[in-house]
Design a protein around this ligand. Structure first.
Ligand SMILES: [Zn+2]
Length: 254
């Protein structure tokens, strides 16, 4: 494994300073304590997580989320990011919508904290060598999520960042809204459609009660994407039912 610390993001540099050379060494509670912030898990009203600053000490409070430990871990990473970057301007009170691995591109304190958190949970220097040999599917992202104890959404977004394949991740909600992210090698004219195809398995997942996921399979690209470079091609796709949405990995096949 060749690692060049001079190129590290601030989140990666923090882990490196604490001796993290394997995913299982990422002890965010321990790192927070060593950096001067105590972590408490307790019921919170009106927010998902918060940071209170007392001079050079901080208290991070996290709402316990035993059903989604990866999400709880991302919340801790997000507050640790506020402690490292924003303590001079006071504490933070963060709602569930503020804390999201998919919200890293906008400008502002919350998306900056999400970006930093994504490097604490899934640091590029440890993900890159593992992502190289992985397919671009939810099953592959699950492997990463297991190794790094992250949520599947955080892992699939990180895998997208590292894959050399022309790929995308899309999240379709029941009210028709959709967010998506594209890999660097997906042609720029490929646009992810906002509606699920009426005849595809993903829409059955979205409106069914059974949950679960589809196997990786091939569908015509036009079911998922528009754009001249997608015409006549197929995509390899895999979908998963989230509580109120469907998350899908898409790889445009050549
Ligand atoms: Zn925040």
């Amino acid at each position: 494994m060749r690692i060049n610390p001079s190129t590290f993001s601030p989140g990666e540099a923090l882990l490196w300073r604490h001796g993290v050379v394997e995913p299982e060494f990422i002890d965010l509670d321990g790192i927070a304590a060593a950096e001067g912030a105590e972590v408490r898990y307790r019921a919170l009203d009106g927010c998902e997580a918060r940071l209170v600053v007392f001079g050079d000490r901080g208290i991070i409070s996290i709402k316990p989320d035993p059903k989604y430990p990866g999400r709880q871990r991302f919340s801790l990473a997000h507050e640790l990011a506020h402690w490292q970057c924003d303590r001079a301007v006071g504490g933070a009170l963060c709602a569930a919508d503020d804390i999201s691995p998919s919200n890293t591109e906008a400008k502002g304190r919350e998306s900056a904290a999400n970006n930093y958190a994504s490097q604490l949970v899934l640091p590029d220097y440890l993900v890159a060598p593992r992502a190289e040999g992985l397919a671009f599917t939810l099953d592959a992202a699950q492997e990463l999520a297991r190794a790094f104890r992250s949520s599947l959404t955080a892992a699939v977004l990180k895998l997208l960042r590292h894959t050399a394949r022309p790929a995308a991740v899309a999240c379709h909600l029941a009210d028709g809204r959709c967010w998506f992210r594209k890999s660097r090698s997906l042609p720029p004219d490929a646009y992810i459609l906002g509606e699920l195809h009426y005849d595809g398995p993903a829409i059955k997942l979205l409106y069914g009660d059974e949950g679960g996921r589809t196997r990786p399979h091939t569908e015509p690209a036009t079911r998922w994407m528009s754009g001249p470079s997608t015409r006549g091609k197929d995509v390899c796709c895999q979908s998963l039912k989230l509580p109120d949405a469907v998350l899908t990995t898409l790889e445009l096949l050549r």
